[in-house]
Design a protein around this ligand. Structure first.
Ligand SMILES: Nc1ncnc2c1ncn2[C@@H]1O[C@H](COP(=O)(O)OP(=O)(O)OP(=O)(O)O)[C@@H](O)[C@H]1O
Ligand SMILES: [Mg+2]
Length: 305
């Protein structure tokens, strides 16, 4: 299972909408996908996917080491209305409490999510974790658990500092030794419209060598309307531009995670080849890649995940 943690210190960047739509798009490719709602606001669960956690069965009860009624990940995971997409939902009170305990008990607390997800490693190909708009214990724990981090941001000057802070956090977690293999897989521009602000941010991102994805998610009322109907827009309006963009984005992300493997096995690093290959990926190839990635991670870490 490849784990990608989605974040940004800035609120309203499109993290939750992107997790839901990227996860649903990956499920549409035939992958078994787990979405994790690690934001106490619970919008991925309650809003976008329309799921209310059963009492006592949410991420808070999984993460909180002090609870006598602590549960395993499998006890909390539920199926969503999207075929192939499961959810580890959140309930605000218990997740807030868990974050408090994670903060008090830092070293052990920050590795609980990683260890919990390892117990379902064989059951899913891809796990996407939604995080809160702050870089505290829940986000740190989600980055400790991840293979890759994805920054979702609106390409406006107001949003640049929050994105920059998330990237600094990713580097800090990798440098801390808690997750030395953590990599930034990309920067996804959401609600991206051509214009002066976008051009300024593109320039800043290039100056910072940020790995900005070629795919941009357009500003679309359909995306927020779909959220209100508790459905990812890629399910409610699959043929609209915003949905095509989310499908292209997940293919680009998966392709980037394969790049290491592909260049290791073929020695090819032709960027034109790589870009063309994105459009050609089949569900079977994607699933096979996830398996390979899992194998690579076992080899790299020397431990079964
Ligand atoms: N591509 C888009 N086009 C139009 N509206 C969007 C798009 N993406 C997200 N939105 C809307 O923007 C708002 C913020 O999105 P979202 O909740 O996904 O952001 P977030 O980063 O998860 O926020 P928070 O930091 O509060 O968790 C929501 O109302 C959502 O419907
Ligand atoms: Mg959110």
């Amino acid at each position: 299972m490849l784990i990608v943690t989605v974040g940004n210190e800035k609120g309203g960047a499109g993290k939750t909408t992107s997790v839901a739509n990227l996860a649903a798009s990956a499920a549409g490719l035939g992958l078994h996908v787990l979405a994790v709602d690690a934001d106490p606001q619970g919008q991925l669960s309650n809003h976008t996917l329309g799921i209310t956690a059963e009492p006592g069965k949410s991420l808070g009860e999984v993460l909180d080491l002090t609870r006598s009624d602590r549960i395993g990940v499998r006890d909390a995971i539920v199926e969503t209305n999207v075929p192939g997409l499961s959810l580890l939902p959140c309930e605000r009170e218990s997740l807030d409490r868990a974050e408090g305990e994670m903060t008090r008990n830092s070293l052990e607390g920050l590795t609980v999510l990683r260890d919990a997800l390892r117990t379902v490693d064989e059951e899913y190909d891809l796990c996407l974790i939604d995080t809160p708009p702050r870089l505290l214990a829940l986000t740190t724990g989600a980055l400790v658990a991840a293979d890759m981090a994805l920054l979702v941001m609106r390409p406006t000057t107001l949003h640049f500092a929050g994105g920059d802070a998330f990237i600094a956090k990713v580097r800090k977690v990798a440098a801390s030794g808690m997750n030395p293999n953590l990599e930034l897989v990309g920067v996804l521009f959401n609600q991206a419209e051509p214009g002066e602000e976008t051009t300024i941010i593109e320039g800043l991102a290039e100056g910072e060598s940020w790995p900005v994805l070629n795919t941009r998610i357009p500003d679309s009322k359909l995306a927020s309307k779909a959220n209100l109907r508790n459905e990812p827009v890629v399910i409610s309006d699959p043929n609209r531009a915003v949905s095509r963009a989310y499908r292209a984005a997940i293919e680009e992300i998966l392709e980037r995670t394969m790049d290491d493997d592909a260049s290791a096995s073929t020695g090819s690093s032709d960027p034109v080849d790589d870009i063309n290959h994105v459009a050609d990926i089949t569900p079977a190839q994607a699933a096979q890649t996830r398996g390979q990635r899992g194998g690579q991670l076992i080899a790299r870490n020397g431990t079964a995940r």
